[in-house]
Design a protein. Structure first.
Length: 128
């Protein structure tokens, strides 16, 4: 009987020891689960933050492109206006220059006794 009691006490002690090991493993398991959940949550938050930041970058790029497009369109309009002004100035200059040349040609003709024949761009001088 004493041997049976000793064996029972040994089994009870071993059972208690195994129970403690099981509790320790469960605590480790819970710690690992919490760590894994924390890592998953952190990864999800990081992914969401990266996605949000990428959307912000894309939106900023779109805004910048729109601003640049507006600036370039404005510049094109300014250059078109300037070109038209230069065309008008050229026409005015050519018209004035032609008038001056025609007046000088008439003056020369009058001084030399010639008559100016009216024509298109090229006036002709004939002796009177």
């Amino acid at each position: 009987m004493s041997a049976l009691r000793g064996e029972t006490d040994a089994l009870i002690a071993e059972n208690a020891k195994l129970q403690q090991e099981v509790q320790s493993f469960r605590a480790q398991e819970n710690t690992l689960k919490e760590a894994l959940l924390l890592a998953q949550r952190t990864a999800d938050e990081t992914r969401a933050a990266a996605h949000k930041e990428s959307e912000l970058i894309v939106e900023q790029a779109r805004q910048k492109a729109h601003e640049t497009e507006s600036q370039m369109q404005s510049r094109i309009n300014d250059l078109r206006f300037e070109l038209e002004q230069l065309r008008l100035e050229k026409q005015k200059f050519l018209s004035n220059y032609r008038a001056i040349l025609e007046a000088q040609l008439r003056d020369i003709a009058e001084m030399g006794g010639y008559t100016v024949l009216e024509g298109d761009a090229s006036n002709h001088v004939a002796e009177a």
